[in-house]
Ligand binder design. Structure first.
Ligand SMILES: Cc1cc2nc3c(=O)[nH]c(=O)nc-3n(C[C@H](O)[C@H](O)[C@H](O)COP(=O)(O)O)c2cc1C
Length: 196
């Protein structure tokens, strides 16, 4: 059920910049990490923020509109809390519906060619848990391989993921630093894009 203070269903944004941040968080009103990071993203000039759970609470993704949004932005950011070693369900639904054969990959599927894909995520587990001898056994880079391969199949450039570990334990000052670093990362990726 939607939180009463959350705005009602919202239409997808109109493109305002060169970076599209697709946020997937089912309970943003209870978020620390992603709420902080999305504030940082909104502060960066040239960023369009798209809150997927706000737009598609019923998972009824408008494929055509999403493809138009993707086509209009050279930098695509998938921002989410790490859930069961992946993204929340709506992000998967979005990928399943929007990255169509013949559009994103396969014969004639060149719509995303040359764009950059950044995954920006928060985890509950600390950095030490994401090591071969840690409780999660694999690094985040290893666990994000399906996203990396998706980018590869769609001829996109894969940017090094932006990860904020152990969000529940982090003090406010560390989250403030994560916000600063995220904004800096977005600015730097935007500056490195080929023109136009
Ligand atoms: C359904 C669910 C699955 C989760 N799975 C993981 C996981 O696989 N690895 C992990 O480190 N944290 C996991 N967590 C913790 C979240 O990653 C953590 O709560 C989130 O990153 C905090 O960000 P937020 O403040 O924006 O909600 C999970 C949390 C939920 C609710």
């Amino acid at each position: 059920m939607r939180h009463p203070t959350r705005p009602a269903f919202r239409a997808p944004p109109t493109p305002t910049g060169r970076a599209l941040v697709l946020l997937a968080h089912p309970t943003l009103h209870r978020s620390r990490g992603n709420a902080a990071l999305i504030t940082a993203a909104r502060s960066v000039e040239g960023v369009t923020v798209h809150d997927l759970y706000d737009c598609y609470p019923d998972f009824d993704v408008d494929t055509e509109r999403e493809q138009q949004l993707l086509a209009a932005h050279p930098l695509i950011v998938l921002q989410f809390p790490f859930y069961w070693y992946s993204a929340p369900a709506l992000m998967k639904q979005w990928l399943d519906l929007v990255l169509e054969f013949g559009w994103a990959y396969g014969p004639g599927g060149l719509a995303l060619e040359g764009k950059t894909l950044l995954c920006a995520l928060t985890t509950g587990g600390g950095e030490g848990a994401y090591k071969p001898d840690g409780s999660n056994r694999f690094t985040i880079d290893e666990l994000l391989r399906p996203f990396e391969q998706t980018a590869h199949l769609c001829k996109m450039r894969w940017a090094e993921p932006f990860v904020v570990y152990g969000v529940h334990r982090e003090e406010a000052s560390i989250l403030a630093e994560a916000k600063r670093q995220y904004a800096e990362r977005l600015r730097s990726l935007l500056a490195g894009l080929e023109t136009p």
